[in-house]
Design a binder for this molecule. Structure first.
Ligand SMILES: CNCc1nccn1C
Length: 330
């Protein structure tokens, strides 16, 4: 089997991408954020207090003839940006792009933090990290990918995220029409549960490529690219008027700046992030100061290859044994 579904930016700066999924019988359609940086599948639901729901679609297990309560099971998750949610668990039929998993653990939110309430076009997340990260207790649950794996033509899913446009996620096949040349693979270290791998180096603009191993996680659920401070300062040194602002919590610069591109390596291959992806957003709607799509990872304890980087490539998440990740030029 295979599946293919759209990845739609939820706002004009691609802060996150959502994908249509169906839950239950008859199918209830929700727009969820497919997130390779976590492993919980949770949804706004009929159990979410109405004061915390602002325009989101909800899953109502009572309206599904195939829903079953996973009795005595709860979950609670906190994300890197401080947001979080918690609740109870049902199993139900779950499909993405025509690919169905019967009896998928669907984590129903009984509480969500304010930043989720404010994200009106996001109805929950589908964790596509390794199932070891799942927070359901007393028994942890499998991700959609782990449940679908036995029926997939190929043990892969791919991400084709786009800048200010709708891209796609595919399951079970690698679409040759979505990239040119070959996919370059590199090993993944699956503990503690992220898609952890290394970049082989980087270049700022037309500068020389610096060969250096940079370990981090490829995370479709993180908006920006977070790298070591030394690399980030070298980048913004090329930008007139750029500064690392305590007030805004990162590098800002005049929106009129000419930014350099940023190139990262995967083994011998090179992927260049256009300057436009790094001119991320105005710090407020009428401001002429802009916030960078490349920021320092020093406060995070981990480097994160988020959407700003991933949307510059066609990415293959391979669940083979051992797992690996592949990047193709598009
Ligand atoms: C804005 N922070 C909440 C969120 N939205 C999508 C993912 N995450 C963590």
């Amino acid at each position: 089997d295979t599946g293919s579904a759209a990845a739609v930016p939820i706002n004009e700066v691609d802060i996150a991408y959502v994908t249509p999924v169906t839950v239950g019988t008859p199918p209830q359609t929700l727009m969820l954020d497919l997130d390779t940086g976590s492993s919980d599948l949770w949804v706004f639901s009929s159990l979410t207090p109405s004061s915390q729901v602002r325009g989101q679609e909800i899953y109502s297990p009572a309206k599904s003839s195939t829903s079953k309560l996973l009795s005595g099971h709860t979950w609670s998750i906190r994300y890197g940006d401080g947001s979080g949610s918690r609740g109870t668990v049902y199993t139900d039929n779950f499909t993405i792009g025509g690919l169905e998993v019967e009896s998928q653990a669907v984590q129903t939110a009984q509480e969500v933090s304010s930043s989720f309430t404010q994200e009106q076009s996001l109805d929950g997340l589908v964790g596509l990290g390794f199932s070891t990260l799942n927070t359901v207790r007393p028994s942890s649950q499998l991700t959609f990918f782990d449940n679908a794996r036995p029926k997939l033509d190929e043990e892969v899913f791919t991400a084709d995220l786009k800048y200010h446009a709708t891209g796609s996620y595919d399951f079970g096949f690698i679409d040759r029409a979505k990239y040119t040349g070959n996919i370059t693979y590199t090993p993944v270290q699956q503990s503690p549960g992220y898609w952890t791998h290394s970049l082989s180096g980087y270049a700022v603009g037309s500068g020389a490529f610096q060969s250096t191993q940079i370990q981090g996680i490829s995370d479709t659920g993180t908006t920006l690219l977070y790298l070591p401070t030394a690399i980030v300062t070298a980048y913004y040194r090329q930008v007139q008027g750029a500064q690392n602002s305590q007030y805004y919590g990162g590098y800002v610069f005049p929106c009129s700046s000419t930014l350099p591109t940023f190139t990262f390596g995967i083994e011998g291959a090179r992927f260049t992030i256009p300057a436009s992806y790094i001119n991320y957003t105005r710090i407020s709607p009428t401001s002429s100061t802009c916030y960078g799509g490349l920021q320092s990872s020093s406060g995070l304890g981990i480097n994160i290859f988020g959407d700003v980087a991933l949307k510059a490539a066609f990415v293959v998440f391979s669940g083979t044994n051992p797992p690996r990740i592949g990047f193709g030029t598009k």
